[in-house]
Design a protein around this ligand. Structure first.
Ligand SMILES: [Zn+2]
Length: 172
């Protein structure tokens, strides 16, 4: 906030009508810029004093101190709001981190499962022979004989036999 801008808000400050969005910058400027602070003190004393006279109130004895109290109050209020905003942001951030973590964990889980599955399928033959070793090689059953039996073609139908005969001995 420039000095010009800060001084343009002096009247609003004295009347207690300074926009909330400007309070932070205004207070900071008034606490750090002696020129503007003097200006503020001058107008504050003038306006508040005149109002007190107009309303037949008791005149303040320490305008300077009153002004400091007002500025400090505003600074406190602004900082409180910033803290609130910050803590709200922290909660949001914590939530976001949690979500990211969960998504990440889910992804890890998927990658893990995918790798397990691909390992399993690439080692499929190994597992197969390990699990079935006993059955395949030390069985009482004659697996070779059984497979030959299974591969014997079904008996040909009469039509098929005729068909085959016609192929082998085509009619002249
Ligand atoms: Zn200034």
């Amino acid at each position: 906030m420039t000095c010009l801008e800060a001084q343009s808000y002096i009247m609003s400050f004295v009347e207690g009508k300074i926009p909330e969005s400007k309070q932070d910058e205004f207070v900071r400027h008034m606490k750090n810029c002696k020129n503007c602070h003097d200006e503020l003190e001058y107008y504050y004393t003038l306006i508040v004093g005149m109002n007190q006279l107009d309303n037949n109130e008791e005149l303040s004895t320490d305008f300077k101190n009153e002004l400091e109290v007002k500025l400090n109050k505003m600074e406190h209020k602004v900082k409180g709001k910033q803290r609130m905003r910050f803590s709200a942001f922290s909660v949001f951030l914590a939530g976001a981190i949690l979500v990211i973590f969960l998504v990440y964990a889910n992804c890890l889980n998927r990658v893990y499962n995918f790798e397990q599955n691909s390992k399993l399928s690439s080692q499929g033959e190994y597992y197969f022979s390990r699990e079935l070793d006993g059955h395949l090689f030390f069985s009482d059953r004659d697996l070779v004989y059984e497979s030959e039996i299974n591969n014997i073609p079904d008996e040909e139908t009469f039509y098929e036999r005729v068909h085959l005969y016609n192929i082998l001995f085509p009619a002249e």
